[in-house]
Design a protein around this ligand. Structure first.
Ligand code: PLP
Length: 479
């Protein structure tokens, strides 16, 4: 069996192995793609992007039937004008959090009413643009922000729709989550004050006591402050608890807390928050042996829980919104690299691989990219897999480490992977799942050039983001 076929489930839907044993997308081989667009290269299957976006919208809408659902695509995962248009066509809104993201979405023709602005430190110019363009939501992140937004809206002679980002005390990501009232992080206004830390109220069975505790919630205070400004329309509350979350229970706990806060505001101010945004963070499988999240099942469980909670609280269902980024885009993308230097190092006696096998040597395979086009492994130990993409090989798999070309020994893309021994200069390696947080987190470290992002689909291939050139670098540098 070829090395590629074991990993094909991790590549985009439009991928296949052709009769020469090479990875291809809609009939175009990786060799042809690199020849045409250069190496390294990000490849994104835009037909699958559309399919996944539509699937998320439809699945969430079905799960919460009889309730309005809004889904926003988190643009920070990967943003191009073409992707913005695809998302809009599937009914999605777009989440932005900087002037750059806002301008790209607007340049793609997104109406303000389909855009959301996030951020813990928004500039005057960003707020002004969002208000001018009549954004669907500006997500307030701190207690002083309502006054800033109201003042700008007043100056512009208009109103702004705002949400409050609430830090629910649930932080999740990877495989575990913690639930605490400690709020030692930069985002949002805390649901519970530090003095409430010792006795976190019961959110599973919200009682009179739970609501009593929430009457002194820092988040409640900011919501009440927002209600005082005639220039602000309070649309709802927002909770984003982390990224790449596998455990749907974390979303349910956060949702319960949000619904309890909504009920409290109804009790104190007779105001029913129209919308509750449950954020993003849905996980994908990065490796062959990882389970992927059954999004339909998880959204059904969440819908059931949210409906029960609101029934218990005697509250009508709010509009429910979601903000997936990674789940939509990560599996649709991969990065192609060309192999350069390879070397084998002898390991000290008593060295084991991660599966506990005694190992004596490790092969280093250097590629023409690295931490500048995928910082995630170096930044927080994110794991990826890789395949030999331009041919099959019957050569024995050996323990290999894929490293980049940067002046940094931590410049590792894949720590441990058994790859054919005969991989050599000029071969092509493909790393799947780089659609999210690859290009958008890229840097010019060592003056490396941003690779192009190429769209592949039934229509063929075309450049979405062009490759940076040496001329671009020289132009930045003013004598
Ligand atoms: C990052 C982020 C998202 C998207 O997270 P994913 O893990 O890519 O789904 C959604 N909402 C907010 C506020 C975010 O910061």
């Amino acid at each position: 069996m070829s090395d590629i076929s074991k990993s094909m489930a991790l590549f985009a839907k439009g991928s296949a192995i052709n009769s020469h044993g090479s990875l291809e997308f809609y009939g175009t081989s990786v060799q042809d793609l690199l020849e045409k667009y250069g190496s390294p290269l990000y490849v994104v299957d835009t037909d699958e992007v559309r399919e996944r976006a539509q699937y998320f919208v439809n699945t969430a809408t079905e799960a919460f039937h009889n309730t309005t659902v809004h889904v926003s695509y988190a643009g920070k995962a990967l943003l191009t004008k073409r992707l913005v248009r695809i998302m809009l066509e599937t009914g999605m809104h777009i989440d932005t959090c900087t002037m750059g993201e806002m301008r790209i979405a607007l340049a793609a023709g997104a109406p303000g009413r389909r855009l959301v602005l996030h951020g813990n430190n928004k500039s005057y110019e960003e707020l002004e643009l969002a208000i001018r363009e009549d954004f669907d939501k500006i997500v307030v992140d701190e207690p002083q922000e309502p006054a800033r937004i109201a003042a700008i809206a007043k100056r512009l002679g208009t109103r702004a729709r705002v949400m409050l980002r609430v830090s629910a005390g649930i932080h999740a990501g990877g495989h575990e989550f913690i639930s605490t009232a400690h709020e030692d992080q930069k985002f949002g206004v805390a649901l519970l004050s530090p003095t409430q830390n010792q006795t976190v109220p019961d959110f599973d069975n919200v009682s009179r006591e739970t609501l009593e505790v929430l009457r002194t919630s820092p988040a409640l205070r900011v919501l009440q402050e927002i209600l005082k400004y005639p220039e602000l329309e309070l649309v709802g509350i927002h909770s984003h608890i982390g990224s790449n979350i596998h455990d749907a229970d974390a979303f349910m706990q956060a949702a319960k807390r949000m619904m309890a806060l909504r009920k409290t505001l109804y009790c104190t101010d007779a105001y029913t928050l129209p919308e509750v945004d449950l954020g993003g963070g849905y996980s994908v499988a990065y490796l062959e042996d990882e389970d992927s999240m059954d999004i339909a099942l998880e959204l059904q469980k969440l819908a059931q829980s949210v409906k029960e909670t609101n029934a218990q609280l005697g509250m009508p269902m709010p509009v429910i919104s979601f903000e997936p980024g990674r789940w939509i885009i990560a599996p649709t993308g991969c990065t192609l690299y060309t192999v350069g230097t390879t070397k084998t190092v002898q390991l000290p006696d008593g060295t084991y691989d991660s599966k506990g096998n005694l190992i004596h040597q490790r092969r280093y395979i250097s590629v023409d990219g690295g931490m500048s086009d995928n910082i995630r492994p170096a930044l927080y130990g994110a794991e990826y897999t890789a395949v030999l993409a331009n041919r099959t090989s019957e050569s024995e798999p050996v323990l290999s480490r894929i490293v980049g070309m940067h002046c940094e020994s931590g410049d590792i893309l894949v720590h441990e992977r058994y790859l054919p021994q005969d991989i050599t200069r000029g071969d092509i390696l493909a790393i799947p799942l780089t659609g999210a947080y690859g290009r958008t987190m890229a840097s010019n470290y060592n003056q490396a050039l941003f690779p192009a992002v190429v769209a592949v689909s039934k229509q063929g291939s075309s450049v979405m983001l062009r490759r940076q050139t040496i001329e671009d670098l020289l132009e930045y540098d003013q004598d």
